[in-house]
Write a new protein. Structure first.
Ligand code: AHM
Ligand code: MG
Length: 332
């Protein structure tokens, strides 16, 4: 039997499973793939073309914007616009929502939330960075301008989510709620090819990923969990292995494949945690759940949180189910 190989073949096959599908959603995913290739091209030339370093401005979070942050943001926004299937978007790099308010885009069904360039602090030092995206169906009627309610949907309403990791190779991982698949960019043909079909995260693992430099500011439960990870107990394969890259996408990708737990708790400095709910936690949570993992803010399932504003932050704990459950014993 013929098996889908490239991302576009795979998308088309998935679409054919829905007899009423119009192809709009497939086109949107296809254009996200194009934007990813454009960003990948720039990332590969970092150091050769003028793309490294700070751009001189700061984003909505008050963080210095890097040139690549701006390039990735412009590229994804532009691709979402030209594809015509996205009526509005939210980007980490923009304070306001991006609304393509014209007759074509008002007829589009989808809202995209994204972190165009995740792991900005790693850009200049050749460490893996990524892009994260999340797709919702709009709630307001087709043909009308979008409303605030279209954006503030729970993570469980996502119709698709994914990330691209620009690493030792470039890999696009996504879900439409029927499992998780990963595609590696083959530079020789310029196509993402199915390399990680039906990803399942191991039920348990030995990697914990947290910025331990913030230790004294962590909640007590997290401190105790870290001590638990460091104890010697061969029966539970402890001490565990500490791995932290500082790019959410890269830390999650490794843990997803190998088994592990990613933690970004609230701290004195970030009273709600650092990571943004709508374009960091929600898409990763959807992927992890689809791969058999768990994602929580320590009190509730990430995907059940109703956002109040678009740049909202949340504590974030996600990974192998047995590891998350163990952590929750310490938190509660
Ligand atoms: P960014 O989207 O501006 O790059 O910030 C988010 C990043 C995540 O990728 C990563 O998990 C975290 O911030 C690292 O934060 P810290 O340096 O506090 O450990
Ligand atoms: Mg980020």
């Amino acid at each position: 039997m013929y098996t889908a190989n490239t991302l576009n073949q795979f998308i088309t096959e998935q679409q054919s499973a829905y007899p009423g599908a119009t192809g709009d959603f497939s086109r949107l995913l296809h254009h996200i793939g194009i934007a990813a290739k454009k960003v990948n091209r720039k990332v590969n030339k970092a150091g050769l073309v003028d793309i490294l370093g700070q751009a001189g401005g700061s984003n909505v979070q008050g963080e210095n914007q890097q040139k690549l942050d701006i390039y990735a943001d412009d590229t994804f926004v532009n691709e979402l616009c030209v594809c015509g299937e996205c009526c509005a978007a939210v980007s980490e790099e923009k304070q306001e929502t991006i609304i393509f308010n014209d007759p074509i885009h008002n007829n589009a069904k989808y809202i995209v939330c994204m972190d165009p360039l995740d792991g900005s602090s790693n850009i200049d030092v050749n460490v893996s960075i990524g892009t994260i995206f999340s797709i919702y169906r709009r709630l307001s009627p087709i043909g009308t301008p979008v409303t605030e309610a279209d954006f503030l949907q729970k993570g469980s309403d996502q119709v698709a989510a994914g990330y691209i990791i620009y690493g030792s190779s470039t890999v696009l991982v996504y879900t439409v709620g029927q499992g998780v698949n990963g595609f590696t960019l083959d530079p020789s043909i310029g196509e993402f090819c199915l390399s990680h079909p039906a990803i399942k995260t191991p039920k348990n693992g030995i990697i914990y990923s947290i910025n331990e430099g913030n230790y004294i500011k962590f909640p007590d439960g997290v401190k105790k969990y870290i001590k638990y990870c460091q104890e010697n107990d061969p029966a539970t394969r402890r001490p565990f292995v500490s791995r932290y890259i500082g790019s959410l996408v890269a830390d999650v990708h490794r843990n997803l494949l190998k088994g592990g737990l990613f933690l970004y708790p609230e701290t004195e400095f970030y009273s709600q945690g650092k990571l943004r709910l709508m374009y960091e936690c929600n898409p990763i949570a959807f992927l992890l759940e689809q791969a058999g993992g768990i994602a929580t803010d320590g009190k509730q399932r990430i995907l059940d949180i109703v956002p109040e504003y678009i740049h909202q932050r949340s504590p974030f704990y996600t990974g192998s189910p047995d590891m998350v459950r163990k952590l929750l014993e310490f938190l509660n």
